[in-house]
Design a protein around this ligand. Structure first.
Ligand code: SAH
Length: 467
């Protein structure tokens, strides 16, 4: 990852004084997950440029020194990820480490320089901005006076139909104090990146408020900036927004600003899905049930509470999810009588498997949208033709509702791993087609708050076998 800052206010070499880094030297800093190098590709009276080169070791990120920085349950993702190449929270850490004095607005030798507004240019080689892209980059930087130049990148030149990637090359120009520019970058880069922060901790709010002092409160997109910056800390994000806006505790920030997953968490949408699934499974009178694509076992945990079910099975394709499920369900410490009711196994819904048959009921909660269309056809046969539960509860997002998520780009999906998301009509037509083919009947239910025109955020089909 490389980021450069150029000064064109004469004498441009003042940049070296402000940064406390001599232009003739290369300066290297150790970071928790690699190294940062500061150097000057050019240093003249008319233009001086400082470069920040970040070397992130992706293996060390996962393994190093007992740090637990592993990715999101996708084991290859722990080693093969974009972190070494993109501007992210690591960049903020590096900026604050390499340029802390300048960021804090002090300059021992030339204090008069601190308040001087300089004609500065920033180039960020690769800036990820998922769920928002160029619009979001402009929305974040332009209100602060930046002239923004964004270059998108096609995902793969050999497959133009895949479209653009979430990565952009960004050039920013503004006449500002260097300390302001550094704090803008410190806050806005991780906020745009919107990925897991490897340095998130409870004092993150304080850092955000300190770095955002003097500009974040007035920023028109402040709620969105804060929510994305604190992506994994929703409650803390709310607290930060409250502190910034001095809202009464407990009131929701205005507007529809959170990323969809965060929003889903806020409205407890997933819980509503699970509740409806349990309600329908109980009502079906089933005594045996299998959760297909169980993930970390949230539905199974609820099913266990119902004595009606004397045989509950959790299956998933992912070992990582299954081991999480075992932990979540306290499998190892489970009383023998409880454990007798429960079975957990690994399998794929795209291959015929006798272990899936013989259940009164099955659940497929937020699973189908993870399969490519041709794989979905295999799943249809595996579930409806071979496993053949008497009752099947199946849920999937309603794509029409995406329009209400402020920061979702047209045509984008709620999760990176989704292969498709259907409108209500698309889901209903697929479900009716599958039912007809396999002698099932189907009833549809909305999950979550129902909006007049776009419906509810999620939808469920309850399938009942005809014979
Ligand atoms: N049903 C869970 C998890 C939903 S996430 C819940 O509602 O919380 C989707 C899950 O489907 C993931 O755990 C993923 O591993 C699983 N999955 C995706 N493709 C699968 C396949 N072909 N066979 C079995 N499970 C699959």
């Amino acid at each position: 990852m490389i980021l450069t800052i150029s000064n064109t206010t004469v004498p441009a070499t003042d940049l070296g004084f402000l940064l406390h880094k001599h232009p003739d030297k290369i300066h290297t800093f150790d970071l928790a997950v690699g190294k940062a190098h500061v150097f000057y590709p050019e240093a003249s009276e008319s233009r001086t440029t400082v470069g920040l080169l970040l070397e992130v070791d992706p293996i060390d990120m996962v393994r190093g020194g007992g740090r637990n920085l592993a990715g999101r349950g996708f084991s290859l993702g722990q080693y093969v990820n974009d972190r070494p190449y993109v501007a992210s929270s690591f960049t903020s850490v590096a900026l604050s480490k390499a340029f802390s004095t300048a960021m804090n607005g002090s300059c021992k030798n030339r204090p008069e320089l601190v308040d001087q507004r300089l004609a500065l240019e920033v180039q960020i080689s690769v800036l990820p901005a998922p769920r928002g892209g160029e619009t979001l980059i402009r929305k974040f930087f332009e209100p602060l006076g930046y002239h923004v130049d964004v270059e998108p990148h096609i995902l793969d030149k050999n497959f133009p139909q895949w479209g653009n990637s979430k990565h952009f090359t960004v050039k920013l120009k503004n006449t500002v104090k260097l300390s302001e520019l550094l704090t803008h970058l410190y806050v806005l880069i991780p906020s745009l990146d919107n990925d897991k922060h490897y340095f998130v901790s409870q004092d993150e709010v304080d850092k955000l408020l300190a770095r955002g002092a003097g500009w974040l409160r007035e920023h028109p997109a402040k709620d969105q900036i804060v929510s994305r910056y604190l992506i994994n800390l929703r409650s803390i994000a709310r607290q930060a927004i409250e502190q910034l806006t001095e809202q009464a505790v407990g009131t929701e920030p205005e507007g529809n600003v959170e990323p969809p997953e965060v929003k889903e968490r806020r409205v407890g949408l997933h819980q509503q899905r699970l509740d409806l699934a349990v309600e329908k499974l109980v009502a079906s009178g089933a005594t045996s049930v299998i959760d297909l694509g169980c993930g970390e076992g949230k539905l199974v945990r609820q099913l266990i509470k119902h004595r009606q079910f004397n045989r509950i099975t959790a299956m998933d394709v992912s070992y990582t999810e299954l081991s999480k499920a075992k932990q979540f369900l306290h499998w190892d410490e489970m009383a023998p009588r409880q454990r007798e009711r429960l079975d957990i196994f690994q399998g794929a819904l795209t291959y015929r498997d006798d272990r899936l048959s013989g259940y009164d009921a099955a659940a497929l909660i937020e699973v189908i949208e993870h399969l490519d269309e041709d794989r979905l056809q295999a799943l249809e046969r595996v579930v409806f033709e071979f496993a053949k539960p008497k009752t099947l509860v199946l849920s999937t997002p309603n794509s029409e509702y995406n329009a209400l998520f402020d920061n979702m780009q047209e045509g984008s999906l709620r999760h990176d791993d989704h292969r498709f998301e259907w409108t209500r009509a698309e889901f209903e037509s697929w479900a009716s087609m599958v039912s007809e083919k396999n002698k099932y009947t189907v009833e549809f239910f909305a999950i979550g708050e129902i909006h007049e025109t776009v419906g509810a955020p999620s939808q469920m089909g309850v399938f009942t076998r005809g014979d």
